[in-house]
Ligand binder design. Structure first.
Ligand SMILES: [Zn+2]
Length: 269
């Protein structure tokens, strides 16, 4: 009896491990589409190097989604876009694919940027030069420690002007992003100037190179990240030199909407 029981049990278990046998086609019956149980993968998913968030109903999330207490942002087509501003820090596990490039000799002595934006930037700068303008990169990727130094120097500047420490930090933060909240830490932002005007002030907007960049940057996937009159949304003063790579699709959306990144993402639901 025991032997028969063990044999039956083994046969049962083996059947359980194998894939269910396909039903043999029966030519006497009409073909009916099999009912395949579908399971939707929800949450954050990576596809072709991009990150998406799939809702419970299978749709792609757009706009802001809070995941584990942290705000994430997604474009109209569902791709995640990193938003870094005074209210959103660089993600603690962010790991840019940094590349040091020296073939920009005519633009800078060497820079470090995330790999994804190097080719579009090179193309934009070449076209700008070919259009007859002289452009230079003055800032690209920054490490946390570099951002801390820049920020502390700016705080010192305001302290020397007679501000108290709270006010000095507040004013410094509008000009130099608080460490951990600078887009330069993403490796996706560059400060570009017209070589004939080596100052980071509003005078940049009147220079020929800057006019060309503002008009064409979106065509290469870049945006002027801190436009005039948008400080309340971006948290940063008008900077007609700071360009952020967001990809062609989003850059075009932003260009057409006339909104800054924060405002635009707010409109997506
Ligand atoms: Zn900048």
């Amino acid at each position: 009896m025991n032997r028969i029981f063990v044999f039956l049990l083994a046969a049962f278990l083996l059947c359980g491990c194998a894939a269910p046998a396909s039903p043999q086609p029966d030519s006497t019956q009409a073909t009916v589409a099999p009912t395949v149980p579908t399971s939707i993968q929800t949450g954050l998913v990576n596809k072709d190097g991009k990150t998406y968030y799939i809702n419970a109903d299978g749709s792609y999330a757009k706009g802001k989604v809070v995941i584990d207490g942290i705000d994430h942002f997604f474009t109209k087509t569902g791709e995640e876009v990193l938003v870094v501003n005074p209210w959103h820090f660089v993600p603690y596990d962010y790991n840019p694919d940094l590349v040091t490039f020296y073939d920009f000799a005519q633009y800078a002595d060497g820079n470090v940027l995330d790999k994804t934006c190097i080719d579009p930037l090179l193309k934009m700068l070449e076209d700008c030069q070919n259009a007859g303008y002289n452009v230079r990169i003055v800032s690209s990727y920054r490490r946390q420690v570099t951002q801390e130094t820049l920020y502390n120097n700016k705080v010192d500047y305001f302290l020397n002007q007679g501000y108290d420490i709270k006010k000095a930090r507040e004013e410094a933060g509008k000009i130099i992003a608080v460490p951990g909240t600078s887009e330069h830490q993403l490796g996706l932002a560059v400060d570009l100037i017209d070589s004939s005007y080596p100052y980071l002030d509003e005078g940049q907007e009147k220079t020929p190179a800057q006019k060309w960049l503002m008009e064409h940057c979106w065509d290469y996937g870049f945006i002027l990240r801190y436009p005039n009159g948008k400080t309340e949304s971006t948290g940063i003063i008008y900077e007609p030199w700071h360009y952020r790579y967001v990809g062609k699709e989003l850059a075009k959306e932003l260009q057409n909407s006339g909104l800054c990144l924060e405002e635009y993402l707010e409109t997506l639901k």
